[in-house]
Each structure stands twice: as C-alpha cells, then as structure tokens.
Design a protein around this ligand. Structure first.
Ligand code: ADP
Ligand code: ZN
Length: 530
C-alpha cells in the first residue's frame, strides 16, 4: 500500500487536471489542499477571485465521504451545483428554496454516500434534523465559506454562523476549512476564536490587486462625473456602478441609457426574474454596465470587469475592497473609481443611528465608516492605506493610485477649521441651536438667506468671516474635519456637532492639514489609461 503522504499530492493534481481542467495550482492552493487532505484544519484568507473554492472542492473529492459546505450565498447554490455537475462532480444543496421532494432526494444521496459535495444554508444548522442527517452519512470535511459572517466585528454578520462553533464538538475528527476574503486583523481573530481554529493552520494570501487603479474624487455632479469617467476611460467596457439606494440605481441606469451607454439596473426590489435576466446578460454580453446596489456581485465570476465605480460611499473598507475586487479578475488593467461627498457622510451616519442593534454595534459601524473616510481623505498612497487596514505592509507607494499619480498638495487649514468650529460652538453655546453644514456655510459666507434672517444669525460674530473660501471649498473643509474626527454629524438633518478633539483646534493647540481640492474636478486622472 502506498502511504497517503506520497499519494495525496498526486491525487490532488490529478483531480485539478482531470476534473477541473486546470494545468497547475495557483499560489497557496497546493499547500492548503494538501493540509486539508491530510486531515488538518485550515483558515484561509484569500482575496476574491483568488481561487478559494478549489481549496475545499479538491480535498472533498480526494478524501472519502462528502464535503459539507456551509455558505450564505443561497441564491447561487443552484448555479454552483449545476456548474459542478457539468464537470461530473456529484453535488447537491439543501436550502429553503427547494421543495420537499428535491430535499429528500439530496438527503438520500448523501446518506448513500453518492455525494462529493453538499452545500448547506446556514439556517439549516438550527434544525436538529440536519445534525441527525449528517450523522447518517460520511463527512469528508466541513468547509465554512464566507467565514467572516461569524464575526460580529465584521460587516456581514449572520447569527446562524455562530452555530458553527458546534461542529468541532460534534464531529471532532472531521477537518474544517474556513475561508474568507476579509482579512482585517480584528475579523481574523474573531473567526479564529468563534470557530475554535486556534490550532488550525492559517493561510494568509497577498491581498494586493496591483492591476486595479484606485481613485477617489469629490462628488459634485455625480452622474455627469460618472459619464465623463466612462466616456474618457471605459467606453464600451463592462463594469459595475454601485449606488446606495434602489432609486438612485434606477435613476443612474436611466441617465446612462439616455446618454448612449448600455446599462441595466439591479437591486433587491426588482422581480427575481428580471434580476436573473440582467445578471445573465451582464455575464454573457460584452461591454454592459450594471448599475446596482451591493445586492449584486457576491459570487459573480466575470473576469473582464474593467471598472467598478461607486457613486455613494461604501459603509466600510471591507465592503469597498470586496466590491472593487470584482474588477480586473483577469489580471488586466482595471479602475476602481469612487465619488463621495459630505452628503454621503450625513446619510451613512443617519443609517447607523437608525440601525438595529445595541450601542456597541453602532460603535462598530461608526468605526468602519471612519476608516473608510480616512482612506478617502488620505494624502498618501491609497493602496498602502487599503492594505494596512488588512494588516499587510507595502514597502513603497504603489504608483497606480490617484495620490501616487497626482501627489496631493496639502494646505494649512487651521484657521478655516477654527472659524467653522467656532460657528458650531457659538450656535450651540449662545443659542442652544444645532444646524447642518449648508446653513453654517451660509453664515460663514455672510449670506442673508431667509433662514439666517429668521434666526438673526447675521448678528453672530462669525457672520461673514469666511469669505476667503468658496462654498465648495467650505464643504471640503467640513468633510475633511469629519474624516479627521474633529467634527461629528448626527440626525436626519445632518446636524454638526463638536467632538472631544474639536477643542484642541479651537484652543489653537492643533494644526489642521487638509488635501487641496481642485475647484473643478480634473479630467480623467490616471496613468494614460485609455
Ligand atoms: P474565490 O472564491 O476566491 O473568489 P474562485 O474559487 O471563484 O475564487 O475562483 C476564481 C476563478 O479562478 C474561477 O473562475 C476559478 O475557476 C479560477 N481558478 C481557481 N483556481 C485555478 C487554477 N489553479 N487554475 C486556473 N484557474 C483557477
Ligand atoms: Zn499608490
């Protein structure tokens, strides 16, 4: 008999070629697969498109029994299973979309040892019948896909994932492999403890996507800016435009179509059939622009997405990284373009305040947003900022992001910051009033608007003290103060408030440096991208 250690690598390569039709493993895949085939537990942190699926699919085929895959991507299970079946792999799934007959068929196949892979929706774990079913068959391994869903600290928490901690107690000898494309140190740690993977081997891939050019611009007329970006750099390219709300998805798609761009909307409010059709067209046709909420994209494997554009600020760096990661999976040049403005910050803060969950949960959401804002406002290499969020160091600025290509000038904004903060302070102290950015800027610019007159704000000492800057420049100041935590915003009307650190600026103990923003957006920044 041949020893497993000699046999297994050959088997894994054999399966890679014979079943999946690939010549060789990608970076990291071989080590992960060998480790799991050998019965070891693994935690795999690998960016989207890195090739995580094979890391559990091949061990499931090499080891005796069925690989049980827990995945939150219920909408994709049918497609995944169909794709595997087309390769000759015996696969099935159990989730709420299927009827009793189909469910019983899959269960019988599992018990009879006829399945290589069984996909399970996480809510199945709540059912005692699921554990009883699993006891009746042979399990090759447990794969926990999208493992960051177990982390409350993360951006995509699913309570049912907490039940996965029981796998180890119940089936101690079955190897477990957890996989995710989210690799912040905090999430990594939480996955490890929640899933009991302290003794597992951790495989952390390189998260850099060097072919993606990161760019962030101040939002002025977002749709027109987007159109300009598409026309000058990505005419006839396939890409995704992300918007926060369903209505802005619809409006943006209409606008692009009216301007001669083939665009389709995608959001959870559309009929399931329409969604499926739009998704199929995006995958099949060339040069289609999908305008979508973040409901679109998970598990979408289209290699030639040339750009991902954000018309609204993502809620976290994890989200931003995952969404932009759908660009350029073929390794060719791609652009991640984002437009953001003050209104985004106001809107996202409001969503956080209104969100369900306790104060700790809201603090976490706030922290995610702060990090995203800091990335937007950085004057340093975006890639360095992005990767450091994932605990990865880059030795030098990347040369392929907007701040590298067009080094940002900074200016000493201490005096304007003091003017704005003292206007906030005056209103709060002297009048017990709170206002949003628009009204404060009117006061600083000395505008006698009806609202100014109504509150006789033209009698304030700060009235008209800020005429050296334009309205757009003042909005930039407010945004950057928010990003630096020197100002806070709350409530439906985006009320501005002082923070613990505002006083340092007001007492002249702190210098405020800001990126200089062009009065008009520069045309098509970026390394000669055609
Ligand atoms: P992830 O789950 O990490 O986002 P996937 O597992 O979906 O990534 O893989 C991304 C793409 O790369 C898929 O089209 C997959 O078939 C392909 N792929 C994975 N491993 C290899 C390999 N060794 N050789 C060639 N293509 C691969
Ligand atoms: Zn850079």
């Amino acid at each position: 008999m041949t020893l497993p250690s000699v046999r297994t690598p050959r088997d894994a390569t054999d399966v890679l070629r014979r079943v999946f039709g690939y010549e060789s493993f990608r970076d990291g895949q071989r080590q992960i697969i060998e480790h799991v085939v050998g019965g070891g537990d693994a935690l795999v942190l690998m960016p989207t498109g890195g090739g995580k699926s094979l890391c559990y699919q091949i061990p499931a085929l090499v080891r005796p029994g069925t690989g049980v895959v827990v995945s939150p991507l219920i909408a994709l299970m049918q497609d995944q299973v169909d794709a595997l079946r087309a390769l000759g792999v015996q696969a099935g799934f159990l989730n709420s979309t299927q009827d009793d007959g189909a469910r019983r068929e899959v269960e019988a196949a599992f018990v009879d040892g006829e399945l290589d892979l069984l996909y399970l929706a996480p809510e199945r774990l709540r059912l005692r019948s699921t554990a009883e079913l699993l006891d009746r068959g042979e399990i090759a391994l447990f794969a926990i896909d999208e493992a960051h869903c177990v982390a409350q600290w993360g951006h995509d928490f699913r309570p049912d994932y907490l039940l996965l901690s029981e796998l180890r107690q119940r089936w101690p000898e079955v190897p477990r492999i957890a996989l995710t494309a989210t690799a912040t140190p905090a999430t990594h740690k939480e996955i490890t403890t929640r899933l009991g993977l302290e003794n597992a081997q951790h495989f952390v891939a390189d998260f850099d996507r060097p072919n993606i050019q990161y760019r962030m611009v101040a939002k002025r007329e977002p749709k027109a800016q987007l159109l300009e970006f598409l026309r000058t750099e990505h005419a006839a390219d396939a890409g995704i435009v992300y918007c926060l709300s369903r209505s802005s998805v619809e409006k943006t798609a209409d606008y692009l179509v009216a301007n001669g761009i083939t665009a389709l909307p995608y959001h959870a409010g559309l009929d399931a059939r329409v969604r499926a059709e739009h998704q199929a067209r995006f995958l099949r046709e060339d040069g289609l622009v999908m305008v979508a909420t973040i409901a679109f994209g998970m598990g979408i494997d289209k290699p030639d997405v040339r750009f991902v554009a954000h018309l609204d600020l993502p809620k976290s760096i994890e989200g931003y990284y995952q969404e932009t990661g759908r660009a350029g999976r073929d390794g060719q040049r791609a652009t991640a373009w984002l437009a953001y403005g003050l209104q985004d910050v106001v809107q996202l803060r409001r969503l956080i305040e209104a969100s369900e969950g306790d104060a700790a949960h809201r603090r976490r959401l706030s922290h995610h947003l702060d990090s995203m804002l800091a990335l937007c406002e950085t004057v340093e290499c975006r890639r360095i900022g992005l990767l450091s969020y994932f605990g990865q160091q880059l030795s030098a600025p990347c040369g392929n992001c907007d701040t590298c290509l067009h080094p940002q000038q900074t200016w000493d904004a201490t005096v304007p910051a003091q003017k704005l903060l003292s206007a906030v302070l005056r209103l709060q102290r002297e009048r017990r009033q709170k206002f949003g950015a628009g009204h404060l800027i009117d006061i600083l610019l000395g505008r006698r608007t009806p609202k100014v007159s109504q509150h006789s704000h033209d009698t304030l000492t700060v009235f008209g003290i800020g005429t050296e800057l334009s309205e757009a420049a003042w909005r930039g100041v407010v945004r950057q103060l928010l990003a630096q935590g020197l100002l806070a915003v709350e409530g439906e009307h985006g009320t501005l408030l002082l923070t613990d650190t505002s006083a340092e600026v007001l007492r002249k103990e702190r210098v405020v440096s800001m990126r200089r923003e062009p009065e008009r957006a520069p045309r098509a920044a970026g390394g000669g991208g055609a």
